[in-house]
Ligand binder design. Structure first.
Ligand SMILES: [Zn+2]
Length: 849
C-alpha cells in the first residue's frame, strides 16, 4: 500500500497487491480527527453506502487520509469490532492503578535507557519513551487495559526520485525473510491468527508496518514475523522478488513484444489513470518542488523502470536500520516482554548515520503564486465539456506548526468544510459550477501543513469563476466570521469525537500511533500529539473571551488570503492521453528489444519462464512449518457475549446492551424495507441523504445540521442488506444511527423523530446536487475500484441480498436516477413520500438497539 500525494488519493486496488484482502484502510491522521473511518466490504454484511462518518463529515480527513495502497491489504476482522462497538471505546474513566511499568534496571539490562515517561489522561495510558543504547532506535511503550494490542515499526524513507523505491520495498520485505523463508509469510500467518489489523503503508516520507491482535501469543508471533521481515528480508538477496514486486521486462516468446510487468508497476498504472489521484500528486509535487515531497514515493509508472536492484538494496541497507526506526507498542501486554523481543533484533546492529540522511528538509515558501495545467486520461465519447477540475492549494507554513495552531486550524477546517451545511462547502456545491468538491481541506500529516479546495465536473469556461468564488468566499468568511450556532456545533462535534475516541473497527492504539508518529517522525515530541485537553481548553477560552471571529479570521488571512505560496492546478480531460502514453511506452520497449541480441532475447524469455515457474511453485513444507500459528489451547473457549435485554415499547422490539461506553449512548433505529417496491430501490441512497440534508418543516437543512452538531455526536441514515444463514430471503433495512452523551438522549431521539416525521422533499436544487455528487462518486468508483463494482455485479446474480445492493449502489443506479430527476421532479417527490410511508412509516415501527 502506498500513501500518496497529498495523502488523498484513492486506495489502491489491493487485488493487484494481494489476493485475499479487499480494501485499504482509511484512518484519520490529524490531531483532531481521531475517529477513523474504515470502509470495507465486511464478510458478514455489506454496507451499500460508504461508511458515513457519524460525525457527518464526509470530507473530514477521509479524503485526506486515504491514500493508501494496500500491499498487505486490509485485514480488519469485524468479528470482534463493529463500527460502533462500545468495546472500541471502553476504557475506565479513572487511570487503572495496576498499569504495569518497566523497571529502569530491567530496561537497562535489556539495552534500553528511559528517555521520559508520562501518564496520558486523554488515553488513560502510561507511556514510556525508550532509546536503544547501541543503535539509537526509539521505542514508545504505551501501557493500559486495552486488550487490542498494537505494534508498529516505522522508518523514515524519503525518496529522491519517483522510482517508487519505498513502495516497492514495502511490498518486497513482506515476501519472505531469514526466519520465515516463504513467498508470503503473512498469507500463511493469517490462516492461524487472531489479528485485528495487519497492513503496511508507504507515506511520502515514511513506511509503517503496524499489526494488532487481542491474543498475546498471536501478537508476539506477528511482531516477530514483522521484525524479521523488515530487518532481514529475502528480497535483498533475491532479485526475482524485486522483479515481481517492482518491475521487469516480460518476454514469453522471442517473436513477441517485450512488456513491463510488476506488482507496484501495475498498481501505479491504475493509480495514474484516476484523475483525482493525478490531481493530488500534481498538487503535492507543485507545492513542494524542492524537497522529498516533490517526487512520488508510490512510483510514477514512467519512472519506475529506471530503478535498479542495486539502488533498491542500498535503500534498504540505509533506511531499514534500527537507528532510523521508531517503534510503538500499545495495550495490556507485558512491557518487559516488548523490550526483550526488540533487544534480540536491535542488538544485532550498530549505530548508523541514517537519521541524518533521512531528515526531511522543509520547503521554503514561494514569493508568488503558480499555476499548472495538466491533462488527464479520459475515455473516448461522452461530453468532455464539463470534465475539468480546478483546485487551489496553499502551503501554510515554512516549518511545522505548534499543536495549538494546528488544533485551531482543524476547527477552522471543520467550520468551513466539515458538514454539508458548512459555508465554503455549501457555497461551492450550490454554485452549480461543478459536481463535487475536491481537495481535502487542511492536511497536517506531512512536515508542513497544506490547505486545498476545488471542484470537479467543471466546464472550461467556468474555471475562473470557481477560483473567484473560492477566493471571495474565503474573504467573506474572514470579514464576517462564522455563525455562533455553527461554531458551537463544530466545537461540540470535535470535542465529542475527541472524547469518545471511537476508532470503529480500526484499533485505537493504531490511531494513537499514527497521531504520535506524525510529529515523532520529525524528531518532535511523541507524547504531545496525544494530549488534546490543554490546547482544547485554551481554544475554548479564547473563543469565549475574544469571539470566534478574532480567533479564526486572522488564520484565514495569514495562512490563505495573504499567503503567496499558492498553487492552482487545472486538470483537463484528454481522450488521447492514454493512447499517447501507451505509444510512448511501446516505443521505449521496442528500442529495448532492438538493442538486444538473439541470445539476450532467449535469455530474457528463459528468465520470464523461470520467474513464472517460481511464482507458481508452492512453498516447501519445511518453510511452511516455520510460520507460527495458534493452536486450539491458545484460543478462549468462551465466546464474547454482549449483554442483551429484549424489551418492548408500544409494540416496537427494543434491544438494550448495557456496556461501558464512557457515558455515550449509541442507538440504531432499524426500519424494515422488505416491502419496498423494487423499482424504488435505486432511490434509497438518495432518500437516506435527503432525510438529513433537505431540511424539515421548521428547520432549513443548515439549521438541522447545526442542531445535530450541537446536541449529538452525529446522526446518519443508511441502507443495510444481508443474507441470512439458512434462509432464502435476506434482511433489508434502513438504519437511522445516532449517538449522544447519555444526558442528551432526549435531544437525540427528538432529532431522529424530527428527521423522520418532518422531512420536506421539496428542494429540487438540493436534490439536483445530490444527484451530481452521486454521479461524481460513481465515476471515481468506476476508475478506482472497478473490481469492486464487478464483484458486486456478480454477487447480484448469486443471492437476493446482492441483487438488492446492486439495485441501490451498482453501476446502473446513477443512470436511472438521473433520468428520473430530469424527467419529473414532482414524481420523485411523490416517490420519496412513498418510500417514507413504506419503509419509515409514521408510527415508527422500528427496532431500537
Ligand atoms: Zn502497493
Amino acid at each position: 500500500m502506498e500513501r500518496t500525494a497529498l495523502l488523498r488519493s484513492l486506495s489502491c486496488s489491493s487485488l493487484a497487491c494481494n489476493k485475499f484482502l479487499f480494501s485499504a484502510p482509511k484512518h484519520s491522521r490529524s490531531f483532531l480527527s481521531k475517529s477513523s473511518t474504515v470502509s470495507a466490504a465486511g464478510r458478514y454484511h455489506r454496507r451499500l453506502i460508504p461508511n458515513r462518518s457519524l460525525i457527518r463529515r464526509n470530507n473530514w480527513r477521509s479524503l485526506s487520509v486515504a491514500s493508501s495502497h494496500s500491499s498487505l491489504r486490509f485485514t480488519y476482522s469485524n468479528k470482534n469490532f463493529s463500527s460502533l462497538s462500545p468495546r472500541a471505546v471502553a476504557s475506565p474513566t479513572q487511570p487503572s492503578p495496576d498499569i504495569a511499568g518497566v523497571e529502569d534496571e530491567v530496561a537497562e539490562k535489556l539495552g534500553f535507557e528511559k528517555v521520559s515517561e508520562e501518564f496520558i489522561g486523554e488515553c488513560k495510558s502510561k507511556a514510556v519513551l525508550f532509546k536503544h543504547k547501541k543503535t539509537g532506535a526509539e521505542v514508545m511503550s504505551v501501557s493500559n487495559d486495552d486488550e487490542n494490542k498494537v505494534f508498529g515499526i516505522v522508518f523514515r524513507t524519503p525518496p529522491k526520485d519517483s522510482t517508487g523505491i519505498p513502495h516497492i520495498l514495502e511490498h518486497s520485505v513482506l515476501c519472505g525473510s531469514r526466519k520465515y523463508p516463504l513467498k508470503e509469510p503473512f498469507v500463511e500467518l493469517l490462516k492461524g491468527s487472531l489479528h485485528t489489523f495487519l497492513n503496511a503503508f508507504t507515506y511520502p516520507d515514511r513506511t509503517c508496518y503496524p499489526v494488532a491482535s487481542t491474543n498475546a501469543k498471536d501478537f508476539y508471533n506477528l511482531v516477530d514475523v514483522y521484525l524479521d521481515a523488515v530487518f532481514f528480508p529475502k528480497c535483498i538477496e533475491d532479485f526475482q522478488t524485486f522483479q515481481q514486486e517492482g518491475w521487469h521486462y516480460e518476454l514469453n516468446d522471442t517473436s513477441e513484444d517485450i512488456t513491463y510487468k510488476g506488482v507496484v508497476f501495475n498498481e501505479m498504472k491504475g493509480v495514474y489513470s484516476q484523475p483525482d489521484n493525478l490531481l493530488g500528486r500534481t498538487a503535492q509535487q507543485a507545492l513542494f518542488p524542492d524537497n522529498t515531497y516533490g517526487v512520488d514515493s508510490g512510483g510514477d509508472p514512467q519512472v519506475i523502470p529506471k530503478l535498479t536492484y542495486e539502488e533498491f538494496k542500498e535503500f534498504h541497507r540505509k533506511y531499514y536500520h534500527p537507528s532510523n526506526a521508531r517503534i510503538w507498542f500499545y495495550g495490556d501486554d507485558d512491557p518487559i516482554e516488548r523490550l526483550r523481543i526488540l533487544s534480540e533484533y536491535l542488538d544485532m546492529f550498530d549505530a548508523s548515520t541514517a537519521p541524518d540522511e533521512s531528515k526531511v528538509e522543509p520547503q521554503k515558501l514561494f514569493s508568488e503564486p503558480v499555476r499548472f495545467v495538466e491533462k488527464y486520461p479520459v475515455g473516448e465519447g461522452g461530453d468532455l465539456k464539463k470534465k475539468h477540475m480546478v483546485c487551489l492549494n496553499w502551503l501554510l507554513s515554512d516549518k511545522p506548526l505548534d499543536l495549538q495552531t494546528e488544533l485551531t486550524l482543524g476547527f477552522l477546517d471543520h467550520l468551513m468544510l466539515g458538514t454539508p451545511a458548512s459555508p465554503l462547502r455549501k457555497v461551492l456545491l450550490e454554485s452549480g459550477l461543478g459536481d463535487a468538491i475536491i481537495g481535502g481541506g487542511v492536511e497536517d500529516e506531512l512536515l508542513q501543513p497544506q490547505f486545498s479546495i476545488g471542484l470537479k465536473g467543471v466546464s472550461e469556461d467556468d474555471i475562473p469563476k470557481v477560483e473567484e468564488l473560492i477566493m471571495s468566499s474565503l474573504k467573506k468568511l474572514a470579514e464576517e466570521g462564522f455563525d455562533t450556532d455553527a461554531v458551537e456545533a463544530s466545537m461540540n462535534t470535535i470535542e465529542f469525537s475527541l472524547r469518545e475516541n471511537n476508532t470503529g473497527s480500526f484499533p485505537r492504539g493504531l490511531s494513537l500511533m499514527l497521531r504520535s508518529i506524525g510529529k515523532w517522525i520529525y524528531d518532535m515530541d511523541p507524547f504531545e500529539p496525544l494530549k488534546y485537553e490543554k490546547p482544547l481548553m485554551i481554544l475554548k477560552a479564547r473563543i469565549a473571551e475574544e469571539g470566534s471571529k478574532a480567533v479564526f479570521s486572522p488564520l484565514i488571512e495569514k495562512f490563505i488570503l495573504n499567503n503567496p505560496h499558492c498553487v492552482t492546478i487545472e486538470m483537463q480531460p484528454d481522450p488521447e492521453k492514454a493512447s499517447r502514453d501507451e505509444a510512448a511506452e511501446k516505443e521505449i520497449l521496442n528500442k529495448v528489444k532492438a538493442s538486444m541480441t538473439e541470445e539476450d532475447l532467449a535469455e530474457l524469455a528463459r528468465a520470464t519462464q523461470e520467474l513464472k515457474l517460481k511464482q507458481e511453485t508452492p512453498d516447501p513444507p519445511e518453510a511452511l512449518r516455520s510460520v507460527p500459528s495458534l493452536s486450539l489451547h491458545d484460543i478462549p473457549k468462551e465466546p464474547i457475549r454482549v449483554p442483551t435485554e429484549v424489551g418492548d415499547i408500544n409494540g416496537v422490539k427494543v434491544l438494550q446492551h448495557d456496556l461501558f461506553t464512557n457515558d455515550v449512548l449509541y442507538t440504531d433505529v432499524v426500519f424494515d424495507m422488505s416491502s419496498l417496491k423494487r423499482e424504488l430501490l435505486p432511490l434509497v441512497p438518495l432518500f437516506c441523504q435527503s432525510l438529513l440534508e433537505m431540511g424539515t418543516k421548521d428547520l432549513s437543512f443548515v439549521q438541522l445540521n447545526q442542531l445535530i452538531g450541537r446536541k449529538t455526536g452525529g446522526i446518519s441514515v443508511y441502507p443495510f442488506t444481508s443474507s441470512i444463514q439458512g434462509k432464502e430471503d435476506p434482511c433489508s433495512h434502513i438504519i437511522v444511527r445516532g449517538k449522544s452523551m447519555a444526558g442528551c438522549a432526549d435531544d437525540l431521539f427528538n432529532l431522529i423523530n424530527c428527521v423522520i416525521q418532518e422531512v420536506q422533499f421539496t428542494d429540487q436544487q438540493r436534490f439536483k446536487q445530490f444527484v451530481s455528487q452521486s454521479k461524481a462518486r460513481m465515476e471515481s468508483r468506476l476508475r478506482g475500484s472497478g473490481h469492486g463494482i464487478a464483484a458486486a455485479r456478480m454477487d447480484a446474480k448469486l443471492n437476493v441480498s446482492g441483487w438488492i445492493s446492486e439495485q441501490m449502489g451498482g453501476v446502473r443506479v446513477t443512470w436511472n436516477s438521473y433520468k428520473g430527476w430530469r424527467r419529473e421532479w414532482i414524481m420523485i417527490g411523490q416517490e420519496f413520500h412513498h418510500l417514507l410511508r413504506r419503509s419509515v412509516n409514521p408510527y415508527f415501527p422500528g427496532k431500537v438497539a
